[in-house]
Design a protein around this ligand. Sequence first.
Ligand code: DQA
Length: 149
Amino acid sequence: MPVAQPATIYVLNGPNLNLLGRRQPEIYGRDTLADVATLCAATAADLGMAVVFHQSNHEGEIVDHIHAAREAALGIVINPAAYTHTSVAILDALNAFDGPVIEVHISNVHKREAFRHHSYVSLRADGVIAGCGVQGYDLALRRIATLLA
Ligand code: DQA
């Protein structure tokens, strides 16, 4: 009998998040992106899911990952970083994806500059987690599991 494949969730990260842990640690904390990838893998294992984890500093590359997710993933967790506030292209790509999408911000963007208060991605996201530090990724994966159940 074929063994059921675990649900695959794409976890996508936008520009400058490769510097996590070294970039403005007073805002984003000391955990690195590798720590976040490890955390996501542990949460996914706990939930019986698999994660594919990417970071890119390039808008079009993030769009390409979202397109790939159409065939390869049941849900998307995305921290679009600065593209949150600027990218219609990422919004359009997410609108072409059928499964649940959870938007994550490590910092509480609503406590920060006014330009961070608007998110194009929130027009598509099924949920938004902000200000919970890197724990937000764990919460987002758990929410995706609930939405897929
Ligand atoms: C961020 C918040 C964005 O405003 C910012 O541009 C980032 C990271 C966050 O995780 O808090 O790069 O998405």
